[in-house]
Design a protein around this ligand. Sequence first.
Ligand code: FAD
Length: 503
Amino acid sequence: MLATSLKSVLVLQLALGFISSVSGEQQVFQAPSSASVTSQLDSAVKEKIAIIGAGAGGSSAAYYLQKYSDYNYDITVFERNDYVGGRTTTVNVHDDPRWPVELGASIFVKENLNLMAAVKEFSLDLKATDLGRVKRMDNITVDDSFGIWNGQSFIFDAPSDSSWKNIGKMLWRYGISPIRARNLAKKSVGQFLKYYSPVYFPFKDLTDTVEDSGLVELTSQSTVQYFSEHGISDLFTSQIIQAATRVNYGQNTRNFQALEALVCIAADEGLNINGGNWQIFDSMLKSSAADIRLNTAVSEISAASDSGKWTIITDTGSEEFDQIIIAAPYHQTNIKGLALPIKEVQYMTLHVTLIASTKRLSPKYFGLQDSAVVPTMVLTTMPEKGASHMPPLFNSISITKFIPELNQYVYKIFSSSRITPSFLQLLFESGAEFPWIYEKVWKPYPRMDPLSQFQNWKVDEGGIWYLNGIEQFISTMETSSLAGANVAALIVGDTNKTIISVP
Ligand SMILES: Cc1cc2nc3c(=O)[nH]c(=O)nc-3n(C[C@H](O)[C@H](O)[C@H](O)COP(=O)(O)OP(=O)(O)OC[C@H]3O[C@@H](n4cnc5c(N)ncnc54)[C@H](O)[C@@H]3O)c2cc1C
């Protein structure tokens, strides 16, 4: 059981692992029929709300605003991309729609309450994630395995069929550290779950809530410091936990806040939506009946003269709104005009390289014997102190798909710099060809330094709200969705027509 948990913890790119559902009377509001939506939209002069960004946060804000108010807002969503989903998006291998793969956020867990409620409401096709799984022509999954590589050799590896041998291996190597870490993760999940309950939701001030819930102890300490103070061996932190923080957040544990490290090990099974997780947010937006303006970047926000309203300026014109929700990392939006009190946050740079090839990774490159097979998921950690070899040049490599028709594996590489053609030749078995390569550079998540003060939701009393401060607390699709729901609930406030709750 333990090895199963820990193995899946590492193999999965974990979002939040909520161990149990929120207790208390959570009520899911049923969206009115589209006929009733249309008639209500026609019948009244509604408050106009602009949402900037159609990712997890913006889509959730639109969806929950209408849900809590019984469709009492006139919402416009501005999105500079030509698609909905933001950092949650797919690309088709060989440009063939039969083979979509996640290019950004790939995994959530069944305990992600908002996402799971949306999956149910919109009848989306949920499946277990297949990262690191290889399905052959006969559709049988074979040789799934994972390993942690330090730039020279594998310091831990395990087959996918966890057995008592794996449990023994883990306990022999790390003592009771894995159990302690898992218990801490469960405890922090319990504390976080209160954010969904009427005890906190909706929360006016994230800093206060993080403090009240006791999670500030975790957000304000580094993983190394916190784990060591809680009896977890340095070896376990530097090997297992660091492999998880590197694959999930591209960062080592030394100055990485402890809550996010526990998030990485809190869940057992990863899930995704067949065809792409973006469908969750697309469905939310459609259900909100918002006017969605794709390919429309907001370039400026200014105060409209005397009316108390805000003017939004885009390439195609300007328009007035009563309130604005900014649902994108503000300093990446290039929005000019107002001097909003939003602190600049440093985001990581992540290169995602997707590659199709008939070949497997080179055993020689990974320090294995010629006859060995490189694991289907390779995670990484740093070399031991004083080691003379180089650190790994990537954060993780996994097989994300096998295309039987072409006999090709599809690999996903996460790295902090570009994967060059010459490096690919070293990384793969000799004679490897790469008939399809796709590269994307993301600003995927903030640098997760320890922190105890978080950005306010309301950045102008006249009605400008900001969602992405939550990313310094926890950066996932679920928490962006929670931020959207929370700000929606604060806006709707006392005028709500239904029960305000999440999910
Ligand atoms: C490679 C990668 C892997 C990840 N893995 C996971 C994972 O497995 N699980 C998980 O839960 N999370 C994962 N994440 C993190 C997750 O994607 C984010 O936390 C979440 O999607 C953020 O959603 P958001 O709506 O806050 O921001 P975004 O998704 O970034 O949405 C913001 C939107 O605003 C738009 N925008 C910006 N400026 C303007 C403007 N001026 N005008 C109009 N529109 C504008 C952008 O185009 C974008 O669409 C991953 C992210 C990446 C990149």
